[in-house]
Ligand binder design. Structure first.
Ligand code: DX5
Ligand code: ZN
Length: 216
């Protein structure tokens, strides 16, 4: 198995000190940060918006992997592109024309991802696999960090990575929610290559050691 990309979620960092949260990721030797954007409507929580992303942009070279948990993600493509997102991932369940939104992201010159909730039928993603750089399988219901991993999603991860191989595509398969050394290993065996970790990363007594275990 090739080494996965590990993307810590800033949602689990101290929200009064995001710059320190970014620094912790750099110090752990990682290259991606996962930015969770919540609107209090698509999910029952509010996180932060484009201004925070824009203000963090000049402080780091980290890849900004932005996960939009918004009812109308299409309305926020331009502000997040302007803020410096490198990648925008939108939910298939949200209220938008998914194909058009993905095209708008690609037309803006950045990477595009499609996300699904744990109870989503993965075949709903099939029409979009040619158009994306990443598929995000949520391993918890989005809204909050620190929830328990939902193992039934492993089947969807297997299905989508098999489809990737069958069609000769090369989108990344990302998992997000309840990821630690143990659940990360299960997801990698199922075909995931990109692991988001919030709580487990920021709470780890030794973050470098935690990352080494996730990548082992
Ligand atoms: C959940 C977010 C996740 C979350 C993961 O709504 O999309 O990125 O922060 O957090 P942990 O790793 O704490 O489960
Ligand atoms: Zn996320």
């Amino acid at each position: 198995m090739p080494s996965p990309i590990v993307a810590p979620s800033l949602l689990a960092a101290n929200h009064g000190e995001f710059a320190l949260g970014i620094k912790a990721i750099e110090e752990a030797g990682l290259t991606w940060v996962h930015l969770d954007i919540m609107d209090g409507h698509f999910v029952p929580n509010i996180s932060f918006g484009p201004q925070v992303v824009a203000d963090l942009r000049p402080r780091t070279q980290l890849h900004f992997d932005v996960h939009l948990m918004l009812s109308h993600p299409d309305r926020f493509i331009a502000p997040f592109v302007k803020a410096g997102a490198n990648r925008l991932t939108v939910h298939v369940e949200a209220d938008h024309n998914v194909g058009q939104t993905l095209k708008a992201i690609k037309d803006a010159g950045i990477s595009a991802g499609i996300a699904m909730n744990p109870d989503c039928d993965p075949t709903r993603l099939l029409p979009y696999l040619d158009a994306v750089d990443l598929v995000l399988c949520m391993t918890v219901f989005p809204g909050f960090g620190g929830q328990a991993f939902i193992p039934s999603v492993l089947k969807s991860i297997e299905f989508l990575s098999a489809e990737r191989q069958k069609r000769g595509l090369n989108f990344r398969v990302e998992v997000d929610g309840g990821i630690n050394a143990e659940t990360g290993r299960l997801c990698r065996s199922a075909g995931a290559d990109t692991l988001v970790a919030g709580t487990a990363f920021y709470k780890a007594p030794d973050r470098k050691d935690f990352v080494a275990k996730l990548k082992a």
